[in-house]
Design a protein around this ligand. Sequence first.
Ligand SMILES: *Cc1c(COP(=O)(O)O)cnc(C)c1O
Ligand code: SF4
Length: 383
Amino acid sequence: MKHLCEQITEKRSLRAKERRMDWFDVDDLTWQDWRWQQAKRIRQSDELEKYIVLSADEKQAIAGTSASYRMAITPYYLTLIDPSNPMDPIRRQAVPSLEELHLEDDELVDPLGEEEFSPVPGVTHRYPDRVLLYTTHNCPVYCRHCNRRRKVSMPETMPARDTLSMGVNYIAEHAEVRDVLISGGDPLTFSDNRLEDLIKRLHAIKHLEIIRLATRNPVTLPQRVTPEFVEMLQKYHPIYISTHFNHPAECTQEAAQALRRLADVGCVINNQMVLLKGVNDDPHVVSQMNQWLLRHRCQPYYIFQLDTAEGISHFRTPLASGVNIIKALRGWTSGLAVPHYVVDLPGGGGKVSLQPNYLEDKNASTYLFRNYRGDLFEYKEGS
Ligand SMILES: *Cc1c(COP(=O)(O)O)cnc(C)c1O
Ligand code: SF4
C-alpha cells in the first residue's frame, strides 16, 4: 500500500536530506547519533543564520527571549524547515518571534495552577487517580508555544535527584494513584540508565497500574528512540507513550522509525497535538497528520486548546476553530483519527472537552439530530 500521503512524506524527507547534505557535512552514523544531534543544537542567531535567512524581527526576538526562554533546535528538526517560507510550520514552532515579548493581561505565569496542586515538589495531583511527575526541564527543541516555558529551558531549576525520589515516594504512599504521567521538559533527556532507574522504581509500586511517558523526542529528535532504549522500556509494561506531533511536516521517515520501534516492543502510543494559529488550525492539515499517525500505530488522543501562558497568545485560536476541526473529522474519516478537543481550564480547573453540537432540537422524548453530513434524523427515547 503506497498511500499518496506516504509519497508526500518521502518527498519531504528527500528535501530534508538535501538540506542536510548542504548544511551538515557528516556521515549517516553521526547524523543518527542522538548525542551528536543534542550537542549540535542551534542556540544562537548567528549560527541559525548560516542556514536560513532571518528577518530583523526574528533576530531581535532571539536576542530578546534569550534570557527568559532560550532557543534550541536540533539539526534534524532544522532540516525540516523550508527556508523559503517565512510561515513554515516548523520554523514557527522553533524560531522565536517578536510576539513572544508582548505580554497580555490575561496571560499567566502558571496557567494551570500546577504549583497549587503540587503536594510535593515535582508532582501535580489534580485528578483523583493519576498524577503528573516532572523530570527534567530540558528538551531537544524548545517549542515556542510551550506552556511550561517558565521552567523549561532553565536546567538549573530542574528537580534534583532527591526531589524525584520524593515524587516516587508520594506515589508509593498514595494507593489511589493508578496512573503516572512522566513529563518535563522531556523525560527522554535523561540517559537510559537514569530513566530506567525511575521507571523501575515506579513499576515496583503495586497499586500503580500504568506508566505514561510524555515525550516530543519522536518529533524533534527521533534518533533518541534507539533499539537499546525500547528494549529497556519493554521490561516495564504497560508503558504508554504520549507524543506531540503538530504538523504533517513532522511526519518523516525518521519519525516513523521511532514510532515503529516503540510500537514493536508493545508500547501504546498516542498523540497530543496543540492547536496553533497558522500552523495547524486547518482540518485538512490535522486530518492528513492523524491518518499518517494511525498508519504508524499512534492514535490521536488530544487536541489541546493553547493555554493562557505568557508570551504565546499569537498562537491562540478561537475555540470555534478547534470544534470545527472535530466536526470536519467526525464521520468523514476513521473514528480512530478523531481526537478529543480539550481546554485545560485556567486556574487548575482541569481538562474539559468540547464537541460540535449534533443535537438540533428536543421535543418530549424525541430528539432531532443533525449528522456529520448535515442531514436531520430523529431519535425517540424509549418510554
Ligand atoms: C492532563 C493531565 C493528566 C492526564 O490527564 P488524562 O486526561 O488522563 O490524559 C494528569 N494530571 C494532570 C495535572 C494533567 O494536567
Ligand atoms: S517538548 Fe514539550 S515541554 Fe519541551 S518545549 Fe516542547 S512543549 Fe515544552
